[in-house]
Design a protein around this ligand. Structure first.
Ligand code: SAH
Length: 438
């Protein structure tokens, strides 16, 4: 009875065209079981725990974005790209998105006509408004609206901001983002402040974080806490460790760990995220953390290449790469640095499986994998895996050198894993139609 109710509740009118919720209509418990099976297929010989699900698996997405355009009759529409295309499927409301964000997007659509703001046409390059992104902060309630325009000039911008704020006094900041490129990326690099601070602040695991439009932040705040707590449990920090937070984003994992470690080093490629991370460390008075704006693989390689006497001794590595997984350079450097434990956080079980295989061959044993359902109703699943060092430093060095030539098999390995799991194409870290970017 309960299951039937769940199944009925989850039918969305645009589910098929949108393609974002692959598990529509499947009772939640069953979704979790399917995810566990998928993870088991991908990660090989490691204990996979039951996925941790949500008590209320709806409206969890704190980052919502809508593409803007026109239908055949010329009416303004907004929503998501139809699976595999750039045709917009109008979306009125979405069962996984924050409802406040959806309401704001609907208001913006309604305001366009009176402000004579044209939507952007991808083919002709004519028009102004491309996307709207809304970010909501779970703990503080702050809301950031990002208007993504093809040009930096928004006519009557003050009145537009006034009208939007009048309809939604809950909005705490509005930013104009300029994206004048022919690209499938939603945001451009330039942000112009229209109202408020230009970012939201949220609270997570006892710290407060600023999150700018271009910085990554986990989309499901409730489950992020669960994920981080598990990651900290696996790390078993005592206060004496040197810890690396690789692919650190705005520094959330590193700052959570810093309270229980001697020192933390955060590495992140995106300059916007690093700026946020530095501001966040200051804000939280976190003094034992340092950030490097660099490719994580390059950074680790440099660290590993330091002469033995000068080499930083790393005890624990947290790594949380994008969907494409980590790089050989990174993994090889980890094995050379030989930390006791690696805590691998991943949003793609396929690339996770590939990377775990590499680590197995380079002196590490995956001990346990905890799936955490960050993305209910979709076929995505987040995982946190504890790896422990099995070989001593020299042994792993030797193995690493020996395996160097074998590294070419790395991509081949991934293809094999995917084929075995009857799987989909690799996911890019860029937003793709029919698939949400986290
Ligand atoms: N750990 C963070 C962010 C995880 S998302 C959190 O929990 O919020 C992955 C992050 O990796 C993103 O911030 C992305 O900008 C960054 N990234 C992607 N490729 C990278 C690379 N080659 N080197 C370092 N960081 C990278």
């Amino acid at each position: 009875m309960e299951k039937e109710k769940n199944a009925k509740q989850s039918i969305c009118p645009v589910a098929k065209k949108c393609g974002g919720c692959q598990f529509q209509g499947i009772p939640y418990e069953k979704q979790l079981e399917k995810k566990r099976q998928l993870v088991k297929q991908c990660v090989g010989d490691v204990r996979v725990l039951t996925p941790i699900g949500m008590a209320k698996p709806e409206h969890y997405r704190n980052k919502v974005h809508a593409a803007f355009g026109r239908d055949r009759k010329g009416n303004v529409i907004c929503g998501v790209y139809e699976s595999g295309t750039h045709r917009i499927v109008p979306v009125e409301g979405c069962m996984i998105e924050d409802e406040r964000a959806d309401a704001i997007i609907a208001t913006i659509r309604g305001l366009l006509k009176s402000f004579r703001i044209k939507t952007y046409d991808e083919d002709s390059g004519y028009g102004l408004l491309r996307h709207v992104m809304v970010r909501t902060a779970h703990a503080t309630g702050e809301i950031l609206v990002v208007l993504v325009l093809a040009s930096p000039i928004l006519p009557a911008k003050n009145n537009f901001v006034k009208a939007l704020r009048a309809a939604h006094p809950e909005i705490t900041s509005i930013v104009l983002n300029v994206n004048d490129r022919h690209t499938s990326m939603v945001l451009g690099e330039r942000n112009i402040l229209l109202y408020g601070k230009g970012y939201i602040e949220d609270e997570l695991c006892g710290n407060r974080y600023r999150i700018s439009p271009n910085s990554f932040y986990q989309v499901n705040a409730v489950q992020t806490k669960v994920l981080y707590e598990k990651a900290m449990e696996y790390a078993r920090l005592t206060g004496k460790e040197t810890v690396i937070d690789a692919y650190c984003g705005i520094g959330t994992i590193g700052m959570t760990a810093a309270a229980h470690a001697k020192q933390v080093i955060g590495v992140e490629l995106n300059p916007s995220a690093v700026r946020d991370a530095i501001a966040n460390a200051r804000r939280n008075e976190c003094k034992n953390i340092t950030f490097y704006n660099e490719d994580a693989g390059e950074y680790m390689r440099r660290l590993a290449a330091a002469p033995a006497g000068e080499r930083v001794s790393v005890d624990v590595v947290f790594m949380d790469p994008p969907r494409s997984g980590s790089s050989e350079a990174f993994l090889e450097a980890v094995s050379l640095l030989a930390p006791k434990r690696v805590v691998y956080i991943s949003c793609d079980p396929h690339t996770l499986g590939r990377d775990l295989d590499y680590m197995r061959k380079h002196g590490y044993r995956p001990i346990e994998c905890q799936p955490v359902d960050m993305f209910p109703y979709t076929d995505d699943i987040e995982n946190v895996v504890l790896l422990e060092r099995t070989a001593n430093r020299n042994e792993s060095k030797r193995k690493s050198a020996a395996a160097e030539s074998g590294n070419r098999g790395y991509q081949k390995e991934l293809r094999k894993v995917r084929a075995a799991a009857g799987s989909r194409r690799p996911k890019a870290s860029k937003p793709q139609s029919g698939k949400r970017a986290h």
